[in-house]
Design a protein around this ligand. Structure first.
Ligand SMILES: *[C@@H]1O[C@H](CO)[C@@H](O)[C@H](O)[C@H]1NC(C)=O
Ligand SMILES: *[C@@H]1O[C@H](CO)[C@@H](O)[C@H](O)[C@H]1NC(C)=O
Ligand SMILES: *[C@@H]1O[C@H](CO)[C@@H](O)[C@H](O)[C@H]1NC(C)=O
Ligand SMILES: *[C@@H]1O[C@H](CO)[C@@H](O)[C@H](O)[C@H]1NC(C)=O
Ligand SMILES: *[C@@H]1O[C@H](CO)[C@@H](O)[C@H](O)[C@H]1NC(C)=O
Ligand SMILES: *[C@@H]1O[C@H](CO)[C@@H](O)[C@H](O)[C@H]1NC(C)=O
Length: 523
């Protein structure tokens, strides 16, 4: 008996040791750079960083202070200057300037990106890291934003580069991943976004993409090149070359949430990765409010980034009036807790445990600004949405949800009490929204591996397989001529042209004859 136990222990120890050994053999030094200005995208990178650290990798993260909170086993390099920029942005209401026009938006973006790259590279902590000869990194993970100066780190450490995109895929991500898909549907800015395939909307999107490419090429990149050369001293060709060093692109989207598209194998869809984080529980009062709502609950939240102060004046008043007329209970996430005129069916909360609320069976409708993470959470829990998109990708996220039949969208500029009340009543009275939402939920979740496991597996795959020519499509091998099947088009045009020319000739000669004939009869 004892012998048996002893053997078991020995075997277990051996097994454990082997396990550990395997992990150590693969352990790598990983550097993540995430200078986001708001909190949501951190929810996307956090689970990946935490899991990589748990698996024995040495993870170093360059981020602002407090975003995200310290992660166990991860070394944090905090860039204080990034926090200063966030404060500046909020104090000067720069967010509103982004809505003025394309030009102000681009110049502001260029400045913000320049500042972010500069702040990171000149940070004392980062400088210490760069000057420490003992530092080495096997892998660098960063958002495929336009922080091109930071690609210098990839060359400096001779590291493998992978992207983790917190937003949906767009032409820029495609370009960096080496995906030649004609992504005519996906400009970055919301204005030209359209999932319709009419010729006009394609042309419209094409114009937007061209504008964005010009902005990238003429405004964003020269500024970044300046920093790239100042801090690393590499050539401008080097920066261009480094742009195609992404071995993988992990993207926070999934084909179940939009148009199915052609992706190269190094684009990995990890949409919903943030759902692997544990949910926050509801407190007792909120739980009671949810449980006791006999006519169901409407959950209203405009996300973490939009404060009520950015909304049109009086909106609070008419929202309260609208909610007062409903028999449903309403949970309103708002930073303004003092609402003297609110009716009894409204529950105001500053920090809402959103996922837990959405999972509650009494919740019938989610009124949202359409932030990507919120949309995913609604899809995950199968709750219909009423969208009030305002910024960036929110229009595209909501447009997709509307096309799938689980959402309606109201233009914030035409929003009034009647429209809001009618839409809410229409959606609550029509079960099709809920049915579609449940359907989408199942489809979204039906995958071979969780998004987090997928992200971790592919990250380690990139570490094991450092020769990126085996993963990236070599664009030179498929010249434009072949990709767009121009030879068959040419053959087609020649045939069509010949037929057309003969037809025109025939008609012309016929016309000529009929015109000529009467003349002969008359004189
Ligand atoms: C990770 O960090 C520990 C402690 O600093 C160090 O002993 C170990 O060698 C590092 N691992 C790698 C792969 O460099
Ligand atoms: C960029 O930095 C400059 C100088 O520090 C500052 O004046 C400017 O407001 C910053 N711009 C943005 C968009 O952060
Ligand atoms: C680098 O590592 C060596 C040997 O491991 C050590 O003696 C030295 O102090 C380290 N240098 C720094 C700057 O940490
Ligand atoms: C860079 O890394 C690759 C693959 O790990 C290696 O083959 C190459 O020798 C390294 N280059 C330098 C300059 O260290
Ligand atoms: C509350 O409602 C009254 C009457 O409709 C209105 O005069 C008052 O301004 C409202 N108070 C607030 C804080 O909105
Ligand atoms: C990388 O893979 C390609 C294609 O398999 C091969 O031709 C090339 O020699 C490899 N490069 C290295 C450094 O192993």
């Amino acid at each position: 008996m004892c012998l048996g136990y002893c053997w078991l222990t020995v075997c277990l120890c051996l097994l454990l040791q082997q396990d550990l050994h395997q992990e150590l053999a693969q352990a790598a030094n990983i550097l993540g750079i995430f200078p986001y200005r708001h909190i949501s995208p951190f929810f996307v990178m956090q689970p990946l960083a935490r899991t990589l650290a748990k698996r024995g990798h040495n993870v170093t993260l360059i981020t602002p202070y407090g975003m995200p909170n310290d992660i166990d086993g991860v070394r944090h390099i905090r860039v204080a200057q990034l926090n200063e920029r966030i404060k500046e942005m909020l104090e000067s209401d720069q967010v509103l300037d982004f809505m003025i026009n394309k030009w102000t938006e681009s110049t502001l973006t260029a400045k913000a990106l320049f500042n972010a790259s500069y702040d990171i590279l000149s940070d004392p902590g980062v400088q210490r890291m760069l000057h420490d000869r003992n530092e080495s990194f096997d892998l660098i993970i960063m958002e495929p934003a336009n922080l091109d100066a930071l690609y210098g780190l990839v060359e400096y450490y001779n590291a493998t580069l992978i992207g983790l995109s917190s937003i949906r895929i767009n032409w820029h991500t495609d370009e960096l991943a080496g995906n030649p898909a004609p992504s005519i549907y996906e400009p970055i800015s919301p204005v030209g976004y359209s999932l319709e395939t009419s010729l006009l909307s394609r042309i419209y999107n094409w114009i937007h993409i061209m504008e964005e490419k010009l902005v990238d090429y003429l405004i964003l990149r020269p500024a970044q090149l300046h920093l790239f050369q100042k801090f690393f001293g590499y050539s401008s060709q080097k920066m261009n070359e480094l742009r195609s060093r992404f071995s993988l692109m992990l993207i926070n989207s999934h084909y179940s949430m939009g148009k199915v598209r052609a992706n190269v194998p190094n684009i990995i869809e990890v949409g919903g990765i943030h759902l692997s984080e544990p949910t926050e529980p509801c407190d007792e009062e909120l739980q009671k409010f949810l449980d006791e709502a006999e006519h169901g609950v409407i959950y209203f939240s405009l996300g973490n980034d939009i404060l009520i102060k950015f909304l049109p004046v009086n909106i609070q008043e008419f929202l309260l009036q609208t909610f007062a007329k409903l028999k449903q209970s309403v949970i309103w996430k708002s930073e303004l807790l003092y609402m003297p005129n609110k009716s009894d069916n409204v529950y105001v909360i500053e920090q809402a445990p959103q996922r837990q609320i959405l999972y509650h069976p009494n919740v019938r409708l989610f009124i949202t600004n359409g932030g990507l993470l919120s949309v995913m959470e609604a899809v995950d829990s199968g709750v219909p949405m009423l969208g009030l998109p305002m910024f960036f990708d929110q229009f595209g996220n909501m447009r997709w949800a509307q096309l799938s039949g689980m959402a309606e969208v109201i233009d914030i500029n035409t929003l009034n009490e009647d429209i809001l009340t009618d839409t809410i009543k229409h959606m609550l009275g029509n079960p099709s929204y809920s049915v579609k939402a449940k359907e989408m939920s199942q489809f979204f979740k039906d995958r071979p591996m969780s998004p987090l496991d997928t992200a971790v597996w592919w990250t380690e795959y990139a570490l094991r397989n450092r020769n990126i020519t085996r993963m990236r499509l070599n664009l030179e091998e498929i010249p434009l001529f072949e990709y767009y099947k121009i030879e068959s088009l040419l053959a087609f045009s020649v045939r069509f042209g010949l037929v057309a020319v003969s037809l025109i000739f025939l008609v012309y000669t016929l016309l000529l004859k009929t015109r000529v004939r009467p003349r002969r009869l008359h004189p």
